[in-house]
Structures are given as C-alpha cells and as structure tokens.
Design a protein around this ligand. Structure first.
Ligand SMILES: Cc1cc2nc3c(=O)[nH]c(=O)nc-3n(C[C@H](O)[C@H](O)[C@H](O)COP(=O)(O)OP(=O)(O)OC[C@H]3O[C@@H](n4cnc5c(N)ncnc54)[C@H](O)[C@@H]3O)c2cc1C
Length: 550
C-alpha cells in the first residue's frame, strides 16, 4: 500500500494536526508509540503521534536488535514474561518477515559456567514450551565437537557442549518505521522533530499538549485529543513531571553499548550467547559482513538523548570477546562502529542493573494521562493491545478488538513466512526487469519487502533526476525514505532507515556528500540547514567510532 508519509508534506501535516481533535494523542515515536498508533488506527480511532527526535531515535534504534523471549529471564524465574514475549516473537516475524527473521543461537556450555548441560537442556526445553516454539525450531543439545563445528572460534578450554535454539533478529529502527507506516496507512498522523513542551488541561483532565516544532524553533502548535498516552520510553518520568503525577513507581535507566567489528578481523559464523567473567551474558551476532557484540548494563544518569560509549564500555566488551574467542585478539583498533542505548526499566530497590525486570506496566494518572513504562521491543504488539484496550474504556464509543495479531506491518504484505520466499523470487525478477543488478535487487527487496513495488515506480519517476553521483540502490533508498518514511536529516537515513552508520561506515564516508547534496536539493534546504545537518551527521560518525569521556 502506498502511504503518503513524505517529509515534503511535514508543514501540511502540522497544520492538520493542530486543527483537529483526535481520539488518541501519543507522545513518543519509538516502537511503543508506533505499536499503539497502529493498534488504535487499525481499530478505527483517530491518532496523532509526536516525537521530539526522528522516529526510533531513542532506545528503539539502539537495542541488541533481537526479537527474543529473554532466555536469561528464566534464570530469575520470570516465567510469565518469558511465555508472553516468547510467543510474540513469531507474531512479529509473521507480520513482517522482511525485517525480522529466525536466527539460530548457540549457547556454549562450560565447566563452571552459568548453565550446566542439564540446566541448559531443561531451560531451553522450558523456553520452547513457554514460547510455543514450532517443532522444527525446537532446541537441540550439541556435543563439544558439534558446538565447535558451529563456531570454531569458541574458547575450547572447558567446553562441554552447547545448546542450540532459535531467536529472531531484526532491525529495530526499521521495525519501528514499518509499524508506524502501517499506522499512517490506517490514517494516523505522525510528526518527528516536534517536542511536547507542556500538557493542556480542561477541568484537571489532560486534553492534549503544546508542541514545539524543533525544525522551526519559533513555531508551536497544540494537539487536542480525548486521551493522551505517554509512550516516551526512558523519558516517561519527565512527562509525568509535567503532569505532576510522578509518584509511586519510577524509572531507573541503564545503559547498554554494542561494538561492531568487520568479519575480516572477527570472522564469526554463528550467533553466540555467552557468559562474561562477571556472570553476565553477552550476544555476538554476525550481520552483513560484520559481527556486533553487546551489551553492557550500567546505571545511567546523564543526557538521555545522547548516551555514548566510554573507554570502559569498549574495554569491557573487548575483554568479553577475547575471553570467549581467544584467537581473534581484538583491540580497540578493530572497532569500526558502536552504539549506546538506555533501557527504560521500572525501579526495583537494591537490584543490580541486570537483575531488574524488563516487564512493562501501564500507569493511570488522575489527570487521565496514561503512561506505558518498561517493556521490550519484542512485546510491543501485545503492549499496544493492552494500552488501547484500556484507553478506549474512557472514550464514549465502542471499538472493535485488536486485530494486530494477524496484521502485516508496512512492507510485510508478502503472505507471511510461507509466502516470503516466493515473494522474494518474484520481486527480485521485477527489480531485474527494471534494470537493477542482482545485488541491488536483493538489497532493495530485503529492505522494503512488499513496498519494493513503490520503490520501483519511484525509480521510473526519478529517471531524469540528478543522481549526485550516488549508486542506483542508495539513490532509490534515499528518495523512498524522503517520500515515504519521513526522513528529515541525513542521520535519519544513515542511522535509522538504512542502518549504514552502524554496519557499513565505509559506505557512509563514501556517499555522505552525495546524500547531503541530494537531500538539500530535494528538500530545498537553506545553506544554514545544510551546514547544520552535515555537521550533525559528522558528529554521529565521530561518536560511533570514538569513546567519550564521562
Ligand atoms: C542496549 C539495549 C538492548 C536492548 N535489546 C533488546 C532486544 O534485543 N530485544 C528487545 O526486545 N528489547 C531490547 N531492548 C529494549 C527495547 O529496545 C526498548 O524496550 C524499546 O526500544 C523501548 O521503546 P520505547 O518506544 O518505549 O522507547 P524509545 O524508543 O526511547 O521511544 C521514546 C520516544 O519518545 C520521544 N520523546 C521523549 N520525550 C518527548 C517529548 N517531550 N515530546 C515528544 N517526544 C518525546 C523520544 O524522542 C523517543 O523517540 C534493549 C534496550 C537497550 C537499551
């Protein structure tokens, strides 16, 4: 479905949003807000959504990028959480197989490690059972030899065997934008780079918010709605402060860092979930010719909008890599890129960061403000269903039940996992017929799923446009992102729509000038805007590569 979600229409959308009363006003365009917008819009509610940054620029582009049940939570006996998010994995996959796919995970078992052979076997069996895992994806127990065949780089000392089980890998930022685009297709109105600066009240009840357009600093507008939902992840307490309803439970933020290394230095074949020397667990995951490893988990009280990697974070992860993969000898030199994110966890007194539960909760303030706190990327759909179920109780109309369990997200209209392989073949052929190379076709079909037809139409429409030296697939992906994914700044494209700033910095260096020129021309930037946005991109490149001092 073609959705009008173009950054060229931003002003028009702001005008519409400021002149209408909505059923729901959602503050926050991470996965939580996007999920709520889709659930509500698909049930027929009118929805306005605002984010002060790009969509997914908060935690939802900074995760481990796994749709997973949280095996490690079994250790804390969080059975309900594992069962619920475990089941959601397959739903997320079926509704968008172009952005989420199964990934076999290896859990090596060591003498004296966190999980022994028996505990791993029972734990993974319980995981399969709780998450309702399909027969061919149920866990296998491996001998030492089989474990080393899967990943020869593993430390062999004390290795007893391995557990082998399925998780799902995703692109968190693309998952968020695809969910949001589907919400927009159902009529939701969503605007980025606009901050809620205060809430509006009538007789003590919240009736919306005043919003500052951060791209035009002197412009504010009001959004009116019957129900306002605070889906601001790590920022939920700041919105509760605006509402003077921050009492009882509060958030405690922890930071997690990931490092990216080229396969030339770390030729990891297999995703591995392993113990660190301090008893935590870390993922190492191959992706697009790189391996990424993380995460750290430390309390965080700095600027929530700009978490960064420090020397200590980098050292911690490098130590973990060299402990588990002793022959790779990774040093700081080999770290190509990194990202840091903050987890919005619900405070539990006396607990260490890794012990705090990842469960979500909905909080209702006397003003009517609803806050969704905690949670995981994986559970976004179920969380959204719960929030909308509760929100519509306060609206004076009946709405149907949630239908998102079987609702493809944007790009996911491919007939589920069963239809996906056939879809890929057909779409690849279409792309080849449009003159793209095999490699370009594969890239675009995987990136856009069923929206690739829109991208191919765009290719025809752009036939005579200046390409600014950009290769076909990047030129097309960029124009698609400006026309259909509300890309405003170069960093939106390089970090969150294409993932290149994390997983292919070389390409970013090579094509950044062309992308900036192309965006400046298409979006009619002033010289000041161009300079600011180019500077912003350079800052992000620097930060991904360089540890910062605390
Ligand atoms: C290191 C790390 C690894 C993780 N790994 C996984 C994983 O592998 N799998 C998994 O399922 N989960 C994982 N998580 C958890 C998951 O990423 C988060 O639970 C999820 O992304 C939170 O989404 P959110 O939408 O609630 O918050 P966010 O994505 O942070 O969105 C909140 C948004 O609100 C906006 N906002 C804030 N204040 C305002 C305002 N005043 N006006 C307008 N907008 C505002 C922000 O700009 C932001 O975009 C991980 C988290 C971290 C930190």
């Amino acid at each position: 479905m073609r959705v009008d979600f173009s950054s060229k229409k931003r002003q028009e959308m702001i005008h519409t949003m400021g002149n209408k009363e909505y059923d729901l006003f959602i503050i926050g365009g991470g996965i939580t807000g996007a999920g709520i917008a889709l659930d509500a819009a698909a049930r027929g509610l009118s929805v306005a959504l605002i984010d002060m940054q790009d969509f997914a620029a908060g935690t939802s582009s900074r995760s481990t990028k796994l749709v997973h049940g949280g095996l490690r939570y079994l250790k804390n006996f969080e059975i309900g959480l594992v069962a619920e998010v475990g089941k959601e994995r397959e739903i997320v996959y079926e509704n968008g197989p172009h952005v989420t796919s199964p990934e076999w995970m290896l859990l090596p078992i060591y003498k004296g490690g966190t999980f022994g052979k028996f505990a791993t076997s029972v734990g993974l069996r319980a995981y399969d059972f709780l998450a309702g895992v399909k027969k061919h994806e149920r866990r296998k127990m491996l001998t030492t030899k089989e474990t080393l065949q899967k990943e020869p780089l593993l430390n062999q000392e004390g290795l007893l065997g391995g557990g082998y089980y399925v998780e799902y890998k995703t692109d968190d930022a693309r998952l968020t934008i695809e969910v949001l685009k589907e919400a927009v297709a159902f009529g939701a109105c969503a605007i980025s780079y606009a901050r809620v600066s205060r809430l509006l009240y009538d007789n003590g009840k919240v009736i919306g918010g005043e919003v500052k357009d951060l791209l035009h600093a002197d412009h504010t507008f009001q959004v009116k709605a019957k129900k306002t939902i605070n889906a601001t992840g790590p920022w939920v307490d700041s919105i509760r402060e605006m509402d003077q309803s921050k009492k009882g439970k509060v958030l405690r933020l922890t930071k997690g860092v990931h490092l990216v290394i080229d396969q030339a230095h770390f030729p990891l074949k297999q995703a591995v979930y392993f113990d660190t020397s301090d008893g935590r667990m870390v993922f190492a995951i191959p992706r697009d010719g790189k391996a990424y490893v993380g995460t750290t988990d430390t309390f965080f009280n700095k600027d929530t909008s700009n978490p960064y990697m420090t020397d200590e974070d980098r050292e911690y992860i490098i130590r973990a890599i060299n402990g588990m993969f002793p022959n790779v000898h990774i040093t700081a030199e080999e770290i190509e890129s990194s990202w840091a994110g903050v987890r919005p966890l619900i405070y539990e007194e006396g607990k260490d960061p890794s012990e705090i539960s990842r469960k979500d909760e909905v909080w209702h303030a006397e003003s009517g403000l609803m806050t969704i706190a905690g949670g995981k990327l994986t559970g976004y759909r179920k969380m959204a269903e719960t929030v909308v179920d509760q929100a519509i109780k306060d609206l004076d109309q009946d709405y149907p039940r949630s239908n998102t369990k079987k609702l493809p997200i944007s790009g996911g209209h491919v007939g589920g996992s069963k239809g996906f392989e056939d879809f890929i073949k057909e779409a690849n052929n279409d792309a080849l017929n449009e003159g793209l190379t095999k490699q370009q076709a594969r890239y675009l079909v995987r990136l856009f799923g069923s929206n690739v037809t829109t991208a191919l139409d765009l290719k025809k429409a752009l036939k005579n446009e200046d390409r600014f030296g950009l290769p076909d697939e990047l030129f097309l992906a960029l124009h698609y992102a400006m026309n259909y994914e509300m890309v405003v700044k170069p960093e939106d494209f390089f970090i969150r729509r294409s993932g290149l700033l994390y997983f292919n910095l070389r390409l970013v260096e090579q094509w950044k000038e062309g992308v900036i020129e192309c965006m400046a021309h298409t979006l009619r930037w002033t010289p000041d805007q161009k300079e600011n946005y180019a500077h912003g991109l350079m800052k992000h490149i620097h930060q991904a590569m360089t540890p910062m001092k605390e």
